[in-house]
Design a protein around this ligand. Structure first.
Ligand code: AMP
Length: 297
């Protein structure tokens, strides 16, 4: 089984949604992705937190088998993101982004991690994602996520990054923004022309679309009665997806998409990382089985 290097934000999130306000709870793209992958493959986490980051949170990550050697503790406060969801949870507005220790973050990959075969570049500034990639010797598979902020403010660096990644995971709205197209095939063709051989478009409650050169795969989202909090669903998807590939020893991307969808479905069932904190490998396997029942005809 190969190790998985995960870089991204480790954050305090303040989330306002239909259940109320949740102040300064543990979040961040790397946190969600690492937790989702941790029951599938050994995870090496790269990120930065401030002096205010609680010891218990690091212990919880370690308790899930995540190697936190690459989690730097810098002088200052931990990255903080605040967002408000619409009543139906289909959209959200960022109220505030406090970069704090992220402003001066220069990711340093510990020497023993530089041989990582699977690399997940979670959503952070593309310059930082590139900086991480420069330090990994010969990765087998590199997957990157991004967001509208970087399409608006760091497009040149994002395009350079895309020319060097194998798989882009992006939500539908941002995929349309980055490609300049609306319909799925045109979006995928334009994004693949930027570099990644494979593009995965996340469609929230409608699932995910996987585009390879000759193949398209369409995965539903797991049908749920209620959703507590969609924050981190995309990162959990990416963590489950790459975790599957790191542990499987083959590159069945369809299976990996279903595993990512299973991880995301757990994520949204509780606020913040609540559901991922206690997720077991069996939980994920059971849900993959349910996905199979759901989609076989
Ligand atoms: P998702 O819901 O999958 O898009 O990811 C939500 C996570 O992204 C939250 O836990 C935030 O802490 C994190 N996040 C929000 N904005 C940024 C940003 N500008 N850079 C890095 N991470 C961010």
């Amino acid at each position: 089984m190969s190790s998985l290097l995960v870089v991204g934000s480790v954050a305090f999130d303040t989330i306002h949604n239909h259940l109320g306000s949740h102040a300064r709870i543990l979040g961040g793209s790397a946190t969600y992705a690492s937790l989702a992958a941790s029951q599938l493959a050994p995870v090496r986490l790269i990120g930065v937190v401030g002096k205010d980051f609680p010891r218990e949170a690091v212990d919880m990550l370690r308790g899930r088998g995540i190697d936190t050697t690459g989690l730097e503790v810098a002088n200052g406060d931990t990255f903080h993101w605040e967002g408000r969801y619409a009543e139906d949870l289909t959209s959200r507005t960022t109220i505030q982004t406090d970069l704090n220790v992220f402003a001066d973050f220069e990711p340093k990959i510990p020497e023993p991690f530089r041989d990582s075969e699977f690399v997940m570049l979670g959503n952070i500034a593309p310059e930082l994602q590139l900086h991480v990639l420069d330090q990994v010797r010969s990765p087998r598979l590199v997957i990157a996520d991004t967001m509208n902020l970087w399409i608006d403010t760091a497009l040149a660096a994002l395009k350079e990054l895309l020319s060097r990644v194998d798989i882009l995971v992006i939500n539908e709205e941002e995929a349309r923004q980055l490609s300049g197209y609306h319909h799925p095939l045109a979006v995928a063709e334009a994004l693949r022309a930027l570099g990644p051989e494979t593009v995965i478009v996340k469609r929230g409650e409608y699932g995910a679309l996987l585009f390879l050169e000759e193949d398209i795969f369409c995965a539903p989202a797991y049908p749920l009665k209620t959703v507590a909090d969609p924050t981190g669903a995309g990162d959990s998807f990416a963590g489950g997806f790459l975790g599957y590939l790191a542990q499987a020893g083959h590159d069945d991307l369809r299976q990996a998409v279903i595993c990512g969808s299973a991880a995301a479905s757990f994520c949204v069932q509780d606020v913040g990382i609540g559901a991922l904190e206690n997720l077991s490998r069996e939980d994920i396997e059971d849900r993959i089985h349910e996905f199979r029942e759901l989609t076989t005809f």
